[in-house]
Write a protein that binds this ligand. Structure first.
Ligand code: ADQ
Length: 508
């Protein structure tokens, strides 16, 4: 985390959005002077030119732009830079990450108030560390092994080495006693490696994807090394309580860590592990949803589909998201005659992702084929039953789509959280619409008033779509209000505050 729309791992724009929100939160106390002990080393840090707050993530928040022989940088989409700038400017904070291209990287540079510290990756490392170990070993293993994880010994060494490079960059950047917040599955060894180099630091780690149960994780030939890597942190955060519980159980079993209440004791240190469910900047979506231009675009989308009701899917084109099964279920709905192409239409927006990885290429052609088949069977001239947009959509297009959708269909086979579900709820200008949500998305823990489904059960999906399309306004309003209360209780600001509070409680 974060990935970039231009990297081999295209598009999870929201990660930037979530970060953006977090940054606004983090900037607040600084702006008002209410800083806790966690940040008390500011002056010393500034004098020495080191950072007291360091973000370590796979990608930098910028993309390189080359034009007519000159190189410039552009902020990654989602407003990350403008939101993160205050904290990183105020707190002499740094962002360590890969800049998105192989080979030599520039010296650390400041862009729009953020100090970027690029970490270099070679082409071979991108193939072995990133496309290999990250996206063909860890990603499938942590997502219920929906595709068989590949345990390739030649990918492990580059994973260790690349993680070490990030750890060394953090070690040389962080001021004494600084807080370092490491993100996601690409960097699970960094907490342990960093602790070995800099025991004075407060180290936090947050995993954006699920943490698997014992019987799956135990397959990993490097299970002990990964767990010891994570145990190097003071605070290990997961999307759900289940993820935190799996981590504690595995640490007990394979590393002899002892449970102490909800925490763990390992090598004389206490490690807190718990759920920090990530969210979105609810207000940003709500404001946009009430904007006049949004309303005009929403009306235009509705006009284009005529009287037909809209079912909507918005995803990264990833095999974990259940796009294929969901579309097949829509085909079944039409085939069974319980709905017809004359009264409903499916809009599927899917942004290409990790396109160099074989499983993603296969998914792309598979989804294309399913869309073609269903349109071939049920479409009319000028009236396809599925509109498939295989591209990224800017936020000012996405929100009107959310606002236009009568039924939002979010059916991942496994998902750390799934922010699309929350974005839909935040983008409803009135308490209408229905959310179909997979039981296996982290978001299902909070969004209990959605129509919860098993994403593998085609008949169950067909039933849920029929039920959602037939839902009376009274039930829609009751459920949508409950969903809106749920997202108001936990915004991305609450997420960041909670994590930082836990990190600041750690004794230096
Ligand atoms: P992702 O797997 O990328 O993130 P998700 O949480 O749904 O999944 O975020 C996707 C983001 O990309 C959303 O903000 C969505 O709006 C955006 N997006 C999707 N399709 C798009 C399109 N066509 N155009 C523009 N934007 C699009 C990982 C984990 C999740 C976890 C997040 C955050 O896999 O489980 O919720 O990180 O921690």
């Amino acid at each position: 985390l974060p990935d970039s729309t231009r990297s081999p791992d295209a598009a999870p724009v929201i990660r930037f959005r979530a970060f953006a929100g977090a940054a606004v939160f983090l900037a607040r106390p600084f702006a008002t002077g209410r800083v806790g002990s966690y940040f008390s080393l500011r002056t010393e840090a500034q004098v020495k030119g080191k950072s007291e707050f360091v973000v370590v993530a796979n990608r930098l928040p910028v993309n390189r732009v080359r034009r007519e022989g000159t190189t410039t940088w552009r902020s990654s989409p989602g407003g990350l830079v403008s939101a993160l700038a205050p904290i990183l400017r105020e707190r002499t904070g740094d962002w360590i990450g890969w800049p998105g291209f192989a080979g030599d990287v520039p010296e650390p540079f400041e862009f729009d108030g953020i100090r970027n510290r690029p970490v270099a990756l070679t082409k071979r490392e991108l193939a072995s560390f990133y496309e290999g170990f990250c996206n063909r070993t860890i990603w499938p293993l942590y997502h219920d092994a929906i595709r068989p994880p590949i345990f390739h010994r030649n990918w492990w060494r580059p994973y260790v080495e690349v993680n070490k490079r990030f750890a060394e960059a953090a070690a040389s950047t962080a001021a004494r006693g600084a807080a370092v917040w490491i993100h996601d599955y690409q960097l699970q060894l960094v907490p342990g490696q960093l602790r070995a180099l800099r025991p004075d630091l407060r180290i936090g780690f947050f995993l954006h994807i699920p943490f698997p149960p014992v019987e799956l994780f135990a397959q990993l030939p490097w299970r002990t090394e990964i767990l010891e890597g994570l145990l190097g942190a003071d605070v290990v955060g997961f999307q759900t309580r289940l993820g935190a519980r799996n981590f504690r159980e595995l640490s007990r079993r394979f590393c002899n860590a002892s449970p102490v209440g909800g925490a763990l004791r390992f090598e004389g240190r206490k490690i807190r592990s718990r759920a920090f469910p990530i969210s979105i900047d609810v207000e940003q979506y709500r404001t946009l949803a009430h904007d006049e231009e949004t309303a005009a675009r929403t009306a235009e989308f509705k006009r284009r589909v005529g009287k037909r009701r809209i079912l909507l899917g918005v995803d990264r084109l990833d095999y974990t998201k259940g796009i294929d099964t969901r579309l097949k279920a829509f085909g079944e709905l039409l085939r069974s005659g319980r709905a017809s192409g004359a009264d409903c239409v499916f809009v599927q927006v899917a942004v290409p992702s990790r396109e160099r990885v074989a499983e993603y290429k296969e998914l792309r052609s598979n989804v294309g084929r399913i869309v073609g088949n269903i349109n071939g069977e049920f479409g009319e001239i000028g009236q396809p039953v599925i509109h498939y947009l295989r591209r990224s959509q800017p936020m000012d297009q996405l929100v009107p789509l959310y606002a236009a959708a009568d039924v939002m269909v979010v059916t991942p086979f496994r998902d750390g959280m799934n922010l699309v579900a929350k974005e839909y709820v935040a983008s409803r200008p009135s308490p209408t619409g229905a959310l179909i949500l997979s039981e296996f998305a982290g978001a299902a823990d909070e969004l209990r008033s959605a129509l919860l489904v098993n994403p593998h059960d085609v008949d169950g999906l067909v039933d849920a779509m029929e039920r959602a399309l037939a839902m009376k306004p009274g039930e829609q309003a009751r459920r949508m209000r409950a969903l809106q209360r749920a997202i108001n209780r936990n915004t991305v600001y609450d997420w960041a505050k909670s994590f930082v509070d836990h990190l600041s409680d750690v004794a230096s």
